[in-house]
Ligand binder design. Structure first.
Ligand code: MLT
Length: 267
């Protein structure tokens, strides 16, 4: 069922399916809640799944953003507003990439609202100087060329080499899905990611279990950098998807489903 909440200047559209343990799935950059569709179709039989469209993505409009930007911490507050609206005291929160950055911001400020968290191709490390410079170039590219050119250029890099060769239709369909993404939203999210702090202390201090789903061929969040973080939590569940880059939920749907279901059924 599609629902909406208003929180401060934000209008958040989200979907609730199934019953049982509340599980919130947060999408990544240049995506919306439908990125999880193939997984939720099956997981909704066992869990109460909530997939939100972050502001400016999917069905959620982008509000007027002040000059100070739209920090990821504000989006963490929005996740809590959503839990409050649904009457959920504690959930499992899982974020894909940028959704994982928001997950860690929630875990930092509201740890008692989380039973467990999951980083799906994500990281607690901040951007390196090189990564920040790359994001500034990307903002310039979007300003000069628009979002269709940006989505066409950046999407193939999200996939493993083997996916690019053997299943190019996955890439074309993702491009088609997001080619008209709001360029202002893309720019705000790039800025928000540049400003996010190191959150490795959150991994160290969080008392619940942490799930890591890592793409062996992920060019955005490299395997080695993810592995370095897996020893930080008190309890880590670590899974490496061999045939995936940054889009395991599409590149290895069955593997992703198995991992999520095995993790969630414990809580
Ligand atoms: C994402 O998929 O959310 C982004 O690629 C994350 C990032 O750029 O750091």
């Amino acid at each position: 069922m599609h629902k909406t909440i208003l929180h401060q200047s934000f209008t958040l559209s989200y979907q609730v399916e199934g019953e049982g343990l509340p599980v919130v799935l947060l999408h990544g950059f240049a995506e919306d809640g439908t990125i999880w569709d193939e997984l939720t179709a099956s997981l909704k039989n066992n869990y109460r799944l909530i997939t939100a469209d972050l502001p400016g993505c999917g069905k959620s409009p982008l509000p007027e953003i002040p000059k100070t930007g739209m920090p990821l911490e504000e989006l963490a507050n929005l996740v809590i507003a959503l839990l409050d609206k649904e009457g959920i005291r504690q959930c499992v929160l899982i974020g894909h990439s940028m959704g994982g950055y928001i997950t860690l911001a929630v875990a930092e400020k509201y740890p008692d609202r989380l039973k467990a968290i999951g980083l799906f191709h994500s990281t607690a490390y901040p951007d390196s100087d090189e990564k920040k410079a790359g994001r500034r170039k990307c903002i310039e590219f979007i300003n000069n060329n628009g979002s269709p050119a940006f989505i066409r250029q950046s999407t193939p890099n999200l996939f493993a080499e083997s996916t690019r060769k053997e299943r190019p239709e996955l890439i074309t369909s993702l491009i088609d899905r997001y080619v008209t993404f709001d360029p202002t939203a893309l720019i705000h999210y790039q800025e928000a990611m540049i400003s996010r702090p190191d959150r490795t202390h959150v991994l160290q201090q969080f008392t619940g279990p942490v799930l890591f789903i890592i793409g062996e061929q992920d060019a955005i969040i490299p395997l080695q950098s993810s592995l370095q973080q897996t020893h930080m939590p008190r309890l880590s569940h670590i899974h490496i998807l061999e045939n995936a880059g940054h889009m395991g939920m599409l590149e290895d749907k069955d593997g992703s489903l198995r991992i999520l279901d095995d993790f969630l059924r414990q809580y």
